[in-house]
Write a protein that binds this ligand. Sequence first.
Ligand SMILES: [Zn+2]
Length: 176
Amino acid sequence: MPTPIGHALGGIAAGVFIVRGTTTDVPVGARRIPVVLFFALLGLLPDIDFLLGGHRGVTHSVGATLTVGVLVAAVDRRPAVWLAAAAAYGSHVLLDWLGTDTIAPIGVMAFWPFDRTYYLSSYHWFLPVCRQYWLADCWFRVARAMWWELLLLAPPALAGLLLARRSRSVDTTPDD
Ligand SMILES: [Zn+2]
C-alpha cells in the first residue's frame, strides 16, 4: 500500500483535475481551506480506520467514497467540488488496490456496502510499506517506496495544478 505521500499526491491529482480553476478554496466548518490541502487530506482520510483498530475495511470502499461526496454537497453548492472530493477520497481506495499488501486481510473492502470481500489487483504498482521501523533496512525500503510514488504520482498532481492555474488565468483575462 502507498505511503501517506503517495495518497496525498493521489488525492491532489484526482481533485484538481476535476475542479480545475473553478475554485481555490472550500469551506470546512467555519473556515475555508485551499483545495490542494483539502484534496490531500481527503486522499489520506480512509486510513483513519487504522486509528480505530481496523484497516482497509469500510473506509476503503465505494460506499465511503459516495458518503464523502454527499457530505461535501451539504456544505458546498458546486457539483464539481462534490465530485472532486469523492474522487480525491476514492483515489485512496484505487491506489491501495493497486498496491502490494502483506498484512491480512489482504486488499481493500472496495465494494462495501454491496460486498464485504477484500480485493487487491495483481499489478502491485506500489511497493509494500515496511512497519519494522526499528530496522535500518526498513527506512531504506520506505524511502524507496516514497521515491517510486513521487515518480508515479507527482507528475499527474503537478499537471493538475498547472491546468487549474491556467484555467484560472484564462477566466480572469479581461476581454479585448
Ligand atoms: Zn489505506
